[in-house]
Design a protein. Structure first.
Length: 341
């Protein structure tokens, strides 16, 4: 349980009913990730042309970029039923057997956070993915016996935020590996405009762009910030989301023009003021600013590193020149990466 509520973390938390209602159902409505969408459309068209189930697909990338949405779009495109679960929910072989034996031919099994599958469960999954057979061991000791179950041909769509934690044998059994990257501001503005239309919220181009700029390249954050701005415009304005209205609403959440929240600034200030710009270990930094190491590593650091504010080294985290300038300081002479800025 987090001790403090960060605006960005609050915005990044799933709001299931809100999130699902804004998910595009078709490839044509999925803005951004053009290369991934083009590849998936080709796979779907080829599989439908042959009348065969789709090959197994692995979707990877940071949270909130649309992996679950793409899984359901694939299902819609194939006209197939999508059954959804997550890696931590499959605790024993019987759980996996129950899912797979109930899959119809051509059905899609979506496993979110697939890197969190237990190794023993992975072993059961290998023959199911390759040969559509499942070997279940019944009983224990001298009376143990193996039962082979024949499965309908299905498609496994796995999603992960930690692709490096997926074992090589499991990764090699996916026919297509698609990585989703952070979105550009223009695509996020398109997503915000579409979502506002679905919500019945009037929005102008400047308002959509203002929200997009502060969304850290993530559609989920953009949609949740839109909800906040919509409420602000309703209470403090005339209900229309304009540029000034969006800026005022997001200032109230303490989210600046670069999408930084209070914790992002504390990370940068901590590294520079407490540790001389680094390098500093993750655990030491977490203690210094009062946050969990896992939250720093998985929620905040990816964006800060991507934008060139931090760098990970073997010795620890190092503040880049851009981080000094962010808090109004001049980078020290010889600061790492100064030539980049």
């Amino acid at each position: 349980m987090l001790e403090e509520t960060s605006p960005i973390r609050a915005a990044d938390a799933p709001d299931t009913a809100f999130d699902i209602s804004l998910r595009p159902p078709l490839f044509a409505e999925f803005a951004g990730q053009e290369k991934t969408v083009e590849r998936l459309e080709l796979l779907v068209e080829a599989a439908k042309g042959r009348g065969e189930p789709l090959q197994h697909i692995l979707l990877s990338g940071p949270p909130g970029l649309g992996k679950t949405t793409l899984a359901y779009i694939i299902g819609n495109a194939m006209g197939a039923e999508v059954k959804s679960t997550s890696g931590p929910m499959i605790e024993k072989a019987g759980d996996l057997a129950g899912l797979l034996t109930n899959m119809p031919r051509g059905g899609i099994l979506f496993i979110d956070e697939i890197h969190r599958l237990q190794p023993a469960i992975e072993e059961y999954l290998y023959p199911a993915m390759e040969d559509f057979k499942l070997d279940i061991v019944i009983d224990q000791g001298p009376s143990a016996r193996s039962v082979r179950l024949n499965l309908a041909k299905f498609t496994l769509v796995g999603a992960t935020t930690r692709a490096g934690m997926i074992s090589a044998p499991l990764r090699s059994r996916f026919g297509m590996n698609c990585r989703l990257d952070y979105y550009g501001v223009d695509f996020l503005a398109t997503i915000v405009t579409r979502s506002a239309g679905l919500l019945g919220t009037p929005i102008d181009a400047e308002g959509a762009m203002e929200i997009a700029r502060r969304s850290r390249g993530t559609p989920r954050i953009a949609n949740n910030l839109l909800r906040w701005v919509r409420d602000y415009a309703q209470v403090r304005g005339d209900g229309t989301v304009t540029g000034p209205t969006a800026a005022a609403a997001l200032r109230m959440l303490e989210i600046d023009e670069d999408g930084f929240d209070e914790m992002d600034k504390r990370i940068i200030e901590g590294i520079i003021s407490l540790f001389g710009g680094g390098p500093v270990g993750l655990s030491s930094l977490a203690v210094a600013i009062g946050e969990e190491p896992g939250t720093l590593e998985e929620v905040h650091e990816p964006y800060l590193i991507m934008q060139g504010y931090l760098k990970r080294t073997a010795q620890g985290r190092v503040a880049m020149p851009r981080a000094y300038r962010k808090i109004g300081l001049e980078p020290p002479r010889g600061a790492t990466g100064d030539e980049l800025f």
